[in-house]
Write a protein that binds this ligand. Sequence first.
Ligand code: GLU
Length: 415
Amino acid sequence: MESYNSFHVAQKHVLEAAKILNLEQATLDLLSWPQREFKFTLPVKMDNGKTKIFHAYRIQYNYARGPAKGGIRFHPDETVDTIRALASWMTWKTAVVDLPLGGGKGGVACNPRSMSDRELENVSRAYIRAAAPYLGIDKDVPAPDVYTNPQTMAWMMDEYETITMHHHPGVLTDKPMQLGGTEGRRDATARGGVITVREACKILNIDPTGTFAIQGFGNAGQRAALLHQEMLGGGKLVGVCDSRGGLYNPDGLNVKELVTYKLKKGSIAGFPGGKPVDRDSILEMNVDILYPAALENAITEFNAGNIKAKIICELANGPTTPEADIILNKKGIHVIPDILASAGGVTVSHFEMVQNATSDFWDEPTAHRRLDQKITAAYHTVAEAVKEKKVHPRLAATIVGVARVAEACELRGWV
Ligand code: GLU
């Protein structure tokens, strides 16, 4: 992660799409940069009574199609450029699934693993105290991302409503159900990814009940493991890793037991049902389907040549560098790019916004059905663009997203 600047990668994606779309220079310049950036320096009281300073960001990359939308991440490696990149990808992601939303992202550079719940609550509330003037159901709507979750959203929503003295549940999504969350949001990112794998397997004539591996075992990775087997009729999870270790079992790991173990111990390391292996070996395992579900820049020019999967379903944001994309494409590996494969989360976030605005809540089958419709349609729109433009799927998806955003900017008279 350290040696790549994700924002340069994101800008490269836009440039490549703009060339094929013949966008005007001003449109390219506009779409290559965030429209608004906020940097906050947060003083937070820690459990030892001392104040600690945290650096935080909120970036509203583009809001031509609707309010900025995207998660808030708590991670020690966050910088303005990682958040810019993630905000850029959110912009194309919401456009690829054709949601009436823009793209944004936020982050706090901190290490949640070494913080107590009370310290995390203090950071969450401090973030909202700084960001509140720039957020709102019609301005910018955050959600969870890496190391944030519905509890984080609950603290943040409470702080926002305390400041504004109004109920605004739709100002954040992926809230707990008791506070206006929606059915189907917790597993939405994974469900969307598995839907894209289902469609890809149909087109490529691949049996989805073969083998799969997952790199990263947070919310998206865990749910993908369960849903892959549930929705696609089976499949053996032969390799998995998280930030503390890797596991291999050629006969298939018991997913339910593994998820229970992870939730109890905080890691998969030490799980008795598999052989411990090097974390990096997971990406290179001989499997049909690979789910990168961790962080950016996991697949690079150094390991792309060793990848054996037939399909890569990117549940993480930005897991593949542009150099690796070229290698994977040459090898004939079908990459379902992040801005499509991981769009299920933000799609159901939009459902949550709709339900919060109307106070009319949907049942679970409705959320699942509408998610399936959205993701299936987006998958086939991107597949058409692959054929029509003769480009690899990431570029095709970026072309679809960038074209929609560019059109909105033009109609508004911005360019
Ligand atoms: N953090 C998720 C993503 O990267 C969800 C964003 C949202 O729901 O706004 O897609």
